[in-house]
Every structure is written in C-alpha cells, then in structure tokens.
Design a protein around this ligand. Structure first.
Ligand code: HEM
Ligand code: MG
Length: 235
C-alpha cells in the first residue's frame, strides 16, 4: 500500500527517465521528485529492479549530481539539463529532442517506432529494438537538423535500451514482454498486476555489456552508425 502507484501531482517533479519516474510514482524515491540522494537510488533500484550497485549505475548517479548546484542531492527535473550533454540526449526512444520539443514527458508519437517493432510477437528482443533504434535515429535526424549523436550519446542510448529490456524482461537474453514494457513507458508504473515481478536475474555491468553489443549490431542493419560529430564533449 505504501508503494502503490500514484500519478505525479502538479507540484511533483519528473525526469526524462522512465526508470526513475516509475520509482518516484511508487514512492521508492521521493514522490515529489526532490532531494534525491545517491544512497536512496542505489537502494531503490536494487529492491525494485534487481540492479545492484555497479560501475554503470554509479556513473549515472555521479553525473546526476553534476546537473545541480546542490552538494549531494538532485531533483528529477535537474536531469533534463543538457549541461554540456551531461545526461539528457537527442533521439530518445520516448521523448522529443530538447531543441524541438519536450524532452521530459513521454510522447506516444515518438514511441511509435518502438511500439510498432516486432509486430507479430508479444515480446521485444535485441534484434527488434536494435532495428527500431536505427529507425528512430533516422527520423530524429530528419526532424532535428542540429541533432547531437556522438559516441557518448550512442553509449547512453545503448545502455538505456538494454536497461528496459533487462528490468522489464530477462537480463540474460534481453527479451521482454511488450505488455510490461508498455506499462513502464506509457504509465511509468511497475506492471505488477500484469504479472511482472522483480527480475530473478540481476542487471549488472556484464549483463548490460552483452545486451548492448547485440543492440549495437542490430541497430546497424541498414548501414553503419555514424557519429554526428567526432568532437565529443567529455563528461
Ligand atoms: C533515460 C531506464 C536509472 C537518468 C532512460 C531510458 C530508459 C531508462 C529506458 C530511455 C528513455 C528514452 O529513450 O526515451 C532506466 C532504468 C534505470 C535507470 C531501468 C534503473 C535501473 C537511471 C539513473 C539515472 C537515470 C540512476 C540518473 C540519476 C536518465 C536520464 C535519461 C534516462 C537523464 C534521459 C536520456 C534521454 O533519453 O535523453 N532511462 N534508467 N536513469 N535515464 Fe534512466
Ligand atoms: Mg532525450
């Protein structure tokens, strides 16, 4: 009951991350999206998603602190800040680009590329999501002439796609039921009533690297991925 899903209220802050927003909507991190600390998130993602503390998660959390002036906490809407591309990036799977629209809130038109992937199946896998990533990037380039997609953004994209396949599905195979993934993105809710439970296999840097390599390959079926620029602003 304490962790039931409650939609964010008018004064609650939310981020471009469906994973973090879902934790807030269930009260595993502050429901108002404020005063989020690193220990709070490390505990929440382990309890909820079986994603124990590791290099990727720790890096994401350290970067989150760079988006704010507060010494040791951040708010969910801090995370939207580009701050030289610290966290939020273009060509997201479910959000518009910052320079042409709303980069925080879920956008079903943008998400259609994923929603329409693997049409004859009930699951997403690395092949279908990889192909959808390639398609989404091509559409994003058409829509946004200033699109930024260097090796750094590319790494984040592969990591994020691996994350939703792992926590809504199986971290070993990268196969996730569509109904779970859709509740996660559309409602930012844990699909518990739909039959999802905390994954029995942990999502680790090793498991993520495996899924990321498969996505990397599948997302270059039509042609090699080419960075929008060779200059990458370092973290
Ligand atoms: C984006 C999942 C942890 C910050 C994303 C996306 C997914 C995701 C699927 C891509 C959304 C899209 O392309 O539209 C998760 C999961 C997590 C997690 C399952 C936990 C296991 C975190 C943490 C942070 C974070 C700890 C930082 C505090 C972000 C940000 C984005 C993002 C800033 C936006 C990037 C963009 O698409 O422009 N996350 N995430 N995430 N995540 Fe997370
Ligand atoms: Mg984005």
């Amino acid at each position: 009951q304490h962790h039931r899903w409650i939609a964010p209220g008018e004064n609650d802050l939310r981020s471009p991350c469906p994973g973090m927003n879902t934790l807030a909507n269930h009260g595993f991190i502050s429901r108002d999206g404020r005063n989020i600390t690193i220990p709070m998130v490390i505990r929440a993602v382990d309890i909820v998603y079986n994603t124990p503390s590791g290099p990727d998660l720790n890096l994401a959390l350290k970067l989150a602190l760079l988006t704010t002036d507060a010494p040791d906490s951040f708010t969910l809407d801090d995370l939207k800040l580009h701050v030289h591309g610290t966290m939020e990036h273009d060509a997201s799977l479910s959000r518009s680009d910052e320079s042409i629209g709303d980069s925080i809130h879920f956008n079903s038109t943008v998400f259609a590329t994923i929603a329409e992937a693997n049409p004859d199946s009930d699951v997403y896998d690395t092949t279908s999501v990889g192909q959808a990533m390639e398609e989404r990037l091509a559409l994003a380039k058409q829509a946004n002439p200033n699109l930024l997609n260097t090796v750094k953004e590319r790494h984040s994209q592969l990591l994020e796609a691996s994350l939703f396949l792992s926590v809504m599905g199986d971290a070993r195979t990268g196969v996730a039921p569509k109904k779970f993934v859709h509740v996660f993105f559309y409602e930012e809710r844990l699909p518990l009533v739909e039959g999802w439970h905390r994954p029995s296999h942990p999502t680790t840097s090793t498991s993520l690297a495996n899924i990321m390599a498969q996505l990397d390959k599948a997302s270059q079926a039509k042609g090699p991925w080419i960075p929008s620029s060779l200059i990458t602003c370092p973290w």
